[in-house]
Design a binder for this molecule. Structure first.
Ligand code: LLP
Length: 420
């Protein structure tokens, strides 16, 4: 459930008409609803309340806006981060360092050092060489790095190939059959406090079965590691729950997810950790955009909006469906293609879709845009970097300024030797 609803024939974000935001901020702009973010954060927590004190780390890659992180921090979430930049954001939002987990295959020594300096809670190691490096950085600082080993369970998550992470051929984690030996070698290193394992098999998952299959394998691995004498106290089960993009979409609920985990992990006796991303912000955000014009075409007309693939990359990258709606629907429908102004065919949001009938100057939204939306935006075609707005009841604030092409141009220089 979200708070982007029609009231008296026009779309509101909570108690603010989207038209007002367009007038004051311009378009395109991402609009987030605080009430929806908080609701989703609580629904996820409630779904896991069947577990004993789970650790919740918001995968901030889904939406790293500082104001959004502040809301997540207030809701008691820590952060799953995958870069030094994300770590600084989590800290800037007031998330306690001990609640930060550092994931990712390419952590640099500088990032490791900074994480250790700040005493972050955990590093999820993705390979043996990375573990050796982390132990050596920690040893040089006179520290022990708290860590888990990320396991690649070779499970097909049944999602888009570009966001599947748990198949043997994916770059993530160590192969499950090699894990006991690698764990044994890393656990013995000075500077390393290897205390458990981590798994994350992919994103936008529509079924619990692949997750359950992966977790069952992890349970067996934990038992093996214990019988080899290792002290396993932490297991990180990642994120991945998918979200509905249109009416009628069926996705597992956090309560069903929690019940499955309670069943699978009942004998594990570990601190369970979670890294939910998309689930919380996706339907708490829309991309507000204006129709530039409707271009007649041979098969269907093209609705050309002022948002493009540089603002919302998901349709172009993953063929993702984002529901499209008029801010003031006139009750009529049309069949159209929807595209942005960027000069490539990939800049198409929908083909032959039945949508609210719109014409030049109308305001519209793409739904389910609060996750992996603004954070993946670029300035391709020298377009502005999109603005972000947070609504709270009847008030709103710009939480990320639009960055105009002039500002970006100002950071570029022509070397002397090209001008002389
Ligand atoms: N933990 C790890 C280690 C991850 O790699 C990810 C996402 C998550 C947690 C959070 O997963 P979520 O709950 O959001 O599914 N840009 C793509 C999604 C990439 C996800 C990458 N990893 C998209 O727009 O669909």
């Amino acid at each position: 459930m979200d708070y982007f609803q029609l009231k008296n024939g026009e779309l509101y974000a909570e108690d603010v008409p989207l038209e007002r935001i367009a007038q004051e901020v311009g378009t395109p702009a991402y609009v987030y609803s605080r009430a929806t973010l908080e609701r989703h954060a609580r629904v996820f927590r409630d779904g896991l309340s069947v577990l004993d004190n789970p650790h919740l780390a918001f995968a901030i890659k889904a939406n790293p806006n500082l104001a959004v992180l502040k809301i997540m921090a207030n809701e008691g979430y820590g952060a799953d981060v995958v870069s030094g930049g994300e770590m600084e954001r989590a800290l800037a939002a007031g998330m306690p360092a001990k609640d930060i987990i550092f994931s990712g295959v390419g952590k640099t020594k500088d990032e490791m050092r900074r994480g250790l300096e700040k005493s972050i809670g955990q590093f999820n190691i993705e390979s043996e060489p990375e573990g050796i490096e982390l132990a050596s950085v920690a040893r040089d600082m006179g520290l022990q790095a708290p860590a888990t080993l990320r396991i690649n369970p070779d499970v097909d998550a049944g999602t888009h190939a570009k966001i599947s992470t748990g198949k043997a051929e994916n770059k993530f984690g160590v192969a499950i059959d090699e894990a006991p030996a690698i764990f044994g070698r890393l656990a013995g290193l000075d500077g390393m406090n290897l205390r458990g394992v981590a798994v994350h098999i992919g994103s936008q998952l529509g079924m619990l079965e692949p997750l359950e299959a992966a977790f069952i394998k992890i349970g067996a691995l934990v038992a093996d590691l214990r019988s080899a004498g290792h002290n396993i106290t932490h297991v990180d089960l990642g994120g991945g729950l998918g979200v509905p993009h249109k009416e009628g979409d069926q996705y597992p609920t956090p309560a069903q997810y929690g019940a499955m985990i309670a069943r699978v992990t009942k004998d594990w006796d570990v601190q369970l950790m979670f890294e939910p991303g998309r689930l919380i912000p996706a339907n708490a955000g829309v991309l507000l955009t204006e129709v530039i014009r409707v271009k007649p075409a041979k098969i269907n007309p093209y609705v050309i909006v002022d948002a493009a693939m540089n603002d919302l990359a998901r349709p172009s990258l993953y063929d993702a469906f984002h529901d499209f709606a008029a801010v003031k629907p006139n009750g009529e429908k049309m069949v159209a293609n929807i595209a942005g102004p960027v000069c490539e065919t990939g800049d198409t949001f929908a083909i032959g879709r039945e949508i609210d009938s719109v014409s030049a100057g109308d305001l519209t939204i793409f739904r389910t845009a609060g996750a992996y939306g603004a954070t993946m935006a670029s300035t391709y075609n020298s377009r502005p970097l999109v603005a972000e707005v947070l609504v709270d009841g009847d008030r709103f604030a710009i939480v990320a300024e639009r960055i105009n092409p002039e500002t970006i141009l100002a950071a570029e220089q022509v070397p002397d030797w090209l001008t002389s």
